[in-house]
Design a protein around this ligand. Structure first.
Ligand SMILES: Nc1ncnc2c1ncn2[C@@H]1O[C@H](COP(=O)(O)OP(=O)(O)OP(=O)(O)O)[C@@H](O)[C@H]1O
Length: 281
């Protein structure tokens, strides 16, 4: 996908927000966009997503795209389950596949109890899960995420991290804006800052140190013995059905995916740095 000399202004006499933007997004790329408040990050993401047309220049070879906007419009006469199935059809899926993927992401993001509530009654965090689910359901060639992690609980943030990395591993492109500079640190292929009306390459945040360990807390692992898990985590049962797993940062994405794929479908409650290799609290 290629942006060539792309410019945007919102009115013929308004100042240019972006001008002469050249950007190549190769397959299997994860790209971070940063910049100051009101600088044009969301404008750029809308151009990438194809929901806004450039005033100048061209966008070539955009793959099938899904977009999580900064503000999700929930004032629709649907409940979350119907909305997701409908969006699945809009993304080109058959009815059965749309329903299957809607159920899958409803489960993974812990939306279950709210799936039958009207969208306009959902809390901000739950609406955000619906916005994320509709984008992930599409399994798009380009995923555009505008502060998509904001408002999500730690477990859902981890699910989104893993889903983004999965998309990129499958050959897709993902472009994101997030206020947390550590978001997907060490996994970003290119980073750019919107400065003035232009786009400037900037350094990517380094990966956590090789010895860093990550603590994952899950509910509902079930009584059955665990299979072999990536990174051979240290497993500590905690109170009321909660289990803590500590693993090297290097294996944490693979471990999260393996946990979420277990037949008992445990719910990830938290993912955070463990301060020392033995930490289990
Ligand atoms: N629909 C619109 N109509 C008119 N002007 C707009 C519109 N959307 C954005 N702008 C203007 O374009 C400029 C860039 O806004 P944009 O939302 O892209 O920046 P941003 O970097 O995403 O900001 P923030 O960090 O606050 O989310 C701002 O001056 C904003 O007022």
């Amino acid at each position: 996908m290629l942006l060539e000399r792309v410019g945007k202004r919102y009115h013929p006499r308004a100042p240019w927000v972006l001008r002469d933007i050249d950007l190549h997004l190769p397959e299997s790329s994860l790209v971070r966009i940063s910049g100051g408040n009101g600088g044009g990050k969301s404008t750029l993401l809308r151009l990438l997503a194809g929901v806004s047309a450039p005033t100048a220049g061209s966008v070539r070879n955009r793959p099938r795209t899904a977009y999580v906007p900064e503000r999700f419009p929930p004032a629709l006469p649907f409940d979350a389950a119907r909305y997701l199935r409908h969006l699945g059809r809009v993304h080109g899926l058959g009815a059965a596949e749309a329903a299957r993927r809607a159920d899958h992401w409803t489960e993974r993001l812990g939306l279950g109890d709210h799936a039958r509530s009207p969208l306009r009654q959902l809390s901000k965090g739950t609406s955000q899960k619906v916005a994320v689910a509709q984008a992930l359901m599409a399994e798009p060639g380009l995923l555009v995420l505008d502060e998509a992690w904001t408002g999500l609980d730690a477990g859902s943030r981890a699910v989104l991290d893993a889903a983004v990395l999965d998309r990129v591993a499958a050959g897709g492109r993902a472009v994101f804006v997030d206020h947390d500079p550590r978001r997907l640190a060490g996994r970003v292929d290119a980073a750019y800052a919107v400065t003035g009306t232009g786009l400037r390459p900037v350094g990517t945040a380094p990966a956590p140190p090789p010895g860093a360990r990550v603590l994952i807390e899950v509910d509902g692992l079930g009584p059955e013995p665990l299979p072999a898990l990536p990174g051979s985590p240290e497993v500590t049962p905690a109170t009321s059905g909660r289990t803590r797993l500590t693993v090297s940062e290097h294996h944490s994405d693979a471990l999260l995916r393996a946990l979420l794929d277990l037949p008992s479908a445990p719910h990830v409650r938290a993912v955070r740095g463990a301060t020392d290799p033995g930490e289990s609290a």
